[in-house]
Design a protein around this ligand. Structure first.
Ligand code: BTN
Length: 324
């Protein structure tokens, strides 16, 4: 990102109108150069309103992520823990970036937008500029993949704790790791493993939370969704949210290898969006339906089949069974 773009973004973030002339003066460039910068900002996904004789604005403004503000909001227990916090204006994917770096353990990476945000099951994660949270953390585990059972559900519990702390009182969890509010998806978690599943390995923990999804990009989302702007009584600062997420996730990671998912299971089940409902688990080979009972200590979802038997499923897609 050029210096000019940084400057124009920090002028436009207040949501007020700025004339082309004043933008030119503040940036020290011609009106044509201002116009080119505005076009680039629009290409990044910000909607610029232009009113003849008045100027340009981004309605409602926006809040850019700021490392110092995030660090200032971390709890004292975790303030020293992230090895580094990096914020990028644009990345293809924060998960990909973290996975390609050596010596990144306990680092946290945020992007203001992702051009190839990764969702579960090969889907794209819609990631417009300065609208939501896209973050990844890299964490090393000594004991291999077995110690990670249920970690993605544990991260869901940590994310939910963060949202509850910020005043959201109706956040639920959909197996395995979707964050839901009122039947709509607010966020998602994508864990990717690096290294030796039998020995020392690292996990990339990617979290995306919808804060203020622009209508223009919302059309690309293929499932019911919501954002914090719609669900929270008070406006939520993205920097504050970023800090509380880092805090809760680091607190979980600090002892997950020792205590495992068993420690978080009750809390997960208390927030289960599908508990007691008729659900179907679909895998590439099979579809099995039953009543959603909960999750076991390994994080597998449990269905009570019509035979009365309770069966656990570690993989697959869980959906609610449509009743006729
Ligand atoms: C899902 O499909 O529910 C998982 C979505 C995970 C999205 C986050 S955004 C930050 C991180 N980087 C990515 O490319 N994906 C994850």
């Amino acid at each position: 990102m050029s210096n000019l773009q940084d400057k124009i973004l920090s002028i436009l973030k207040d949501g007020a109108f700025h004339s082309g002339e004043s933008l030119g003066e503040q940036l020290g460039v011609s009106r044509t150069a201002v116009w080119k910068q505005l076009q680039k900002v629009e290409e990044m996904g910000l909607q610029i309103e232009s009113v003849k004789g008045t100027g340009y604005r981004v309605a409602n403004g926006f809040e850019l992520l700021c490392k110092e503000t995030i660090v200032a909001h971390l709890s004292s227990a975790n303030a020293q823990l992230p090895r580094q916090i990096e914020i990028f204006q644009t990345l293809d994917s924060t998960n990909k970036y973290v996975g390609e770096r050596a010596d990144y353990s306990t680092s946290v990476v945020f992007a203001e937008r992702q051009t190839s945000g990764r969702g579960r099951r090969g889907k794209t994660w819609v990631s417009p500029f300065a609208a939501n949270i896209y973050m990844s953390i890299l964490w090393d585990f000594e004991q291999g993949a077995q110690a990670l059972e249920g970690l993605s559900l544990g991260v869901g519990v940590a994310v939910r704790r963060a949202l509850v702390e910020l005043g959201l009182d109706n956040v639920s969890l959909k197996w395995p790791n979707d964050i839901y509010v009122a039947g709509k998806k607010l966020g998602g978690i994508l864990l990717e493993m690096l290294g030796d599943p039998a020995g020392q390995c690292s996990v990339i923990i990617g979290v995306g939370i919808n804060v203020s999804m622009p209508e223009t990009t919302a059309a690309d989302i293929d499932q019911p969704w919501t954002d914090l702007r719609a669900e929270s009584k008070e406006p939520i600062s993205r920097n504050k949210l970023a800090a509380v997420l880092v805090d809760k996730i680091f607190t979980l990671l600090a002892d997950f290898e020792t205590v495992g998912f068993a420690q978080y299971r009750d809390e997960w089940q208390a927030a289960d969006a599908f508990k007691g409902q008729q659900g179907t688990i679909s895998t590439p080979r099979d579809s099995i339906s039953g009543t959603v009972v909960g999750v076991d200590n390994s994080g597998a979802v449990q269905l009570r089949l019509s035979s009365g038997e309770v069966q656990s499923f570690i993989g697959g897609e869980l959906s609610l069974r449509r009743t006729q």
